[in-house]
Each structure stands twice: as structure tokens, then as C-alpha cells.
Design a protein around this ligand. Structure first.
Ligand SMILES: [Zn+2]
Ligand SMILES: [Zn+2]
Length: 218
């Protein structure tokens, strides 16, 4: 009697086990893109002092936008070699080069550096940020995103919104996205802060589709 019960029990267990196996394998093979997506990490590097409430807000919102995780890297000092005393600005391309010395591109999917100083490239009066198109590194400046830069009362909410837009825009370039003609799309070129305020922090349908395609095949 006991033997028969034991046999039935064993049969039952082997049935449960094989059913679980069948369920497990189709599930793990059917959703590889989801698990790869969850492993993607955007590294944020503060250059000089960046307040934690800015980083906290930005990382949360970038994770939602790019369906990824974020990691805040150790703060690195602002390279004084990038400073141009004649312009009282820092050369953003030089700061991007400095990043290459600190991080190996292949070890980081995308890297976003954040500075509090005004940036420039030789052909322009200033830049909100710079990115390597289809590369790994991007940089944004918070300097001109503050209302106080223009002699106005500070507005935290507006400042965080502008920071997100600039961050998404430059990271969008690192994923290979170019400027978009849609003035409300985050990939629209901001010639002035007015353009930044006019556009949203989201991708238009076209840019979102491109991004999804690029992220999907990475
Ligand atoms: Zn751009
Ligand atoms: Zn667009």
C-alpha cells in the first residue's frame, strides 16, 4: 500500500517537474529582448559639484525614458585645460576627450557627464551640450538652464525640466538620432532656451520608433 502510494507520488512529482520545464524554457527563450533591455545602463558622471537632488530627479526620469537602469559614477574634477579665459567658458569637446581617459567606452553603454560651467565649441557662442553621434559619451551644461543665469528668480521645476530635455537630447544623439524638424520633439535643435522650453522632453513618434529599433538590435 505504501509502495503504491510512493510510486504515485513519484509519478506526480515527475509530471510536475516536466510541466515546469516545458513552461520555463519557452518563457526564457520567448523574451530575450526584455531581459537584455533591463540590463542596459546609462552612466551619469558629475564633473565638479552637482547637487544630489538634480541627479536624483534626472536619473529617475532617464530610466523611464530609455527603459534602462542608471548608475552614478564617481565625481571627476573639472579639467582646467578645457578653460578658455578669453571666452570664460569650457571647451566641451575637450571635456569629452577627458572622459575617454577616465572610462573605457566598451565597458559603458552610454555615459552622460554633467557640468555646472558654461560650455562652447569654436563655431558657436555657447552649447547646452555635446554628444558623440552613435558613440558612447555626451555632456550637458546646467549653467544656462538656471533662471538666475538671466537675472530671473530661480524656478526649480523649470530647471529640472530643462535638464531632462538636454540630457535626453544628447543621449538621443549617442543612440544615433539626429536633429528632428518637429519643434516639439526632444531631438529638435535648441538654438536658444526658448527652443528648449518650447519642445517636450519626449521623442516624436518618428524618433521614438528609430530609438526603439536601435535599442532593440543592440
Ligand atoms: Zn543636438
Ligand atoms: Zn523627432
Amino acid at each position: 500500500m505504501e509502495n503504491k502510494k510512493g510510486k504515485k507520488w513519484k509519478e506526480f512529482l515527475s509530471y510536475v517537474f516536466s510541466t515546469l520545464l516545458l513552461l520555463y524554457f519557452p518563457l526564457t527563450t520567448a523574451a530575450p529582448s526584455y531581459s537584455i533591455r533591463m540590463e542596459r545602463i546609462i552612466t551619469i558622471i558629475p564633473i565638479g559639484d552637482i547637487e544630489s537632488w538634480v541627479l536624483d530627479d534626472l536619473t529617475k526620469r532617464l530610466e523611464a525614458t530609455f527603459s534602462c537602469r542608471t548608475k552614478i559614477y564617481t565625481t571627476i574634477p573639472l579639467a582646467q585645460k578645457a578653460y578658455n579665459p578669453g571666452r570664460n567658458q569650457y571647451y566641451s569637446s575637450h571635456l569629452l576627450q577627458v572622459l575617454h581617459r577616465h572610462l573605457t567606452p566598451s565597458k559603458h553603454e552610454k555615459v552622460l557627464a554633467i557640468v555646472n560651467v558654461d560650455l562652447y565649441v569654436p563655431q558657436l557662442n555657447f552649447v547646452f551640450g555635446e554628444a558623440e553621434l552613435g558613440g558612447h559619451f555626451a555632456i550637458i551644461s546646467l549653467s544656462r538652464l538656471h533662471q538666475s543665469f538671466y537675472g530671473l528668480a530661480e524656478n526649480k521645476k523649470l530647471f529640472l525640466e530643462r535638464t531632462l530635455k538636454e540630457a535626453v537630447h544628447e543621449l538621443g544623439h549617442t543612440y544615433g538620432l539626429r536633429h528632428c524638424p518637429d519643434a516639439t520633439c526632444v531631438m529638435h535643435f535648441s538654438n536658444s532656451l526658448l527652443d528648449t522650453d518650447k519642445k517636450s522632453s519626449s521623442f516624436c513618434r518618428h524618433c521614438q520608433n528609430l530609438l526603439d529599433e536601435i535599442i532593440g538590435v543592440e
